[in-house]
Ligand binder design. Sequence first.
Ligand code: C2O
Ligand code: CU
Ligand code: CU
Length: 493
Amino acid sequence: MQRRDFIKSVVAGATLVSMGRYNVFSPATVYAGEGNKPYQSRLPVPPILEQGTSAGSKKSPYVFTADYGEQSFWPGTSTETLGYNGNYLGPTIRVTDKEKVRFKIHNKLKEVTTVHWHGLHVPAKWDGGPHQTIQPGETWYPEFQIKQQAATLWYHPHAMGLTGEHVYRGLAGLFIIEDEISSNLPIPKDYGLDDIPLVLQDRRFFDTGEFAYVRSMHDVMHGVRGNYLLVNGMIQPFLEVSRGLTRFRVLNGSNSSIYRLRLSGEKVMAAIASDGGFLEKPVVRKEIILSAGERVEILIDFSQDLAGDKVRLNVDQYGGSSFEAMEFIVTKKSGKYLKIPSFLRAMDRVDETEAENTRLFSMETMSGRGRGMMMGGGRLTINGKKMDMNRIDEIIPLGSTEIWELVNTSSSMMQLPHSMHLHDVQFNILDRNGQPPDPLESGRKDTVFLWPNDKVRIIARFLDYTGIYMYHCHMLEHEDDGMMGQFEVVDRL
Ligand code: C2O
Ligand code: CU
Ligand code: CU
């Protein structure tokens, strides 16, 4: 596999049946979705979750429920799905820095689930990782204070071994933090009008219309990929935009795919925020690469386009399909903001000299101990280990700053990209293969991807909370297969 070898165009339906020796699919069982007409339906925007009511003096909780649903992704078909307060995906939770928030989360599924706040800095017991299970029929009541700057985060299930399947079937939502800076910047901020979330997820279907979430050996290694791309749960929607700036909060909500975003006509995108908050200044690009779990906020300037002009968002899947994801249709209306600001926010990058400790993490596609994938066991590991909920892998003193050196240790037999995600913290990338990080990834990050043989050094401060948190590959099939570990933040003696 070549680096950055995105396949430019592949006939729909052909890619997912790549006929690896472990693949359980035959082309006939995979739904090609004929008859879908592109750009006929308006992009759905997940609603903002309003607070429920509560008796007494406590602030009202945000209430949501994980439940079964049914969604028609094509006319005439229906797919069994999962969703929060709806058939597919969940509402957007929008909070402000310093706010104290409470939740009431109900599990109506017949199996265990959790709700993890991806990117959020919260006490370990409210993190929603594999330890904070919500049993079938039960309700979970997390509460915490928001202690971080404006950012586009998200929430999703994290039950041991079930994360990939739950997310694939529809359990995910956005979690937006605002603060003084985000509310004062001259950038679009009317949610659903000029501030639009885009949750990108590739999916494949059986010809019955159901999601084809099956984990063959091939799927575990490469991730369960699809030949259709959903944007906010819809295939090839359109969106009307005014002649001005529109802000998009893009989440790669796929299970394992790496996406490259491009606009038609080589139109540029101005990235203004990475995973954990604003960049110092906009970074203007024709292409942006996002691995599973990563976010980017972009501004697209439609002020020079004419009413009726159409701009397409193309999404290329690394090693897979090339999707015409959606279309923007420019209207006569003039936008509220016409100029991309030159400065966004001063960045508080963690300095390398602050670090008290360095740890090494080797992300292995096969353990180096001769137990190849043919033998079962030991295929996807971090530092040679598979996740064990009863084992703490790293102990970190509260208040310390650490460098984590991440290496994608590829074997000659199989090279895969990986991504590393840490709970609890936002980190900075110190360098990638000895080079300073690309401006796009020089801000706050919680997930970083590694091409085969990449070495990335990240730095983070472990503040405020003690307890057990996860780190893992955010290719969810890798995570579920055990490519995860636990760190415990402990009080200093
Ligand atoms: Cu987005 Cu531990 O996960
Ligand atoms: Cu997370
Ligand atoms: Cu991985």
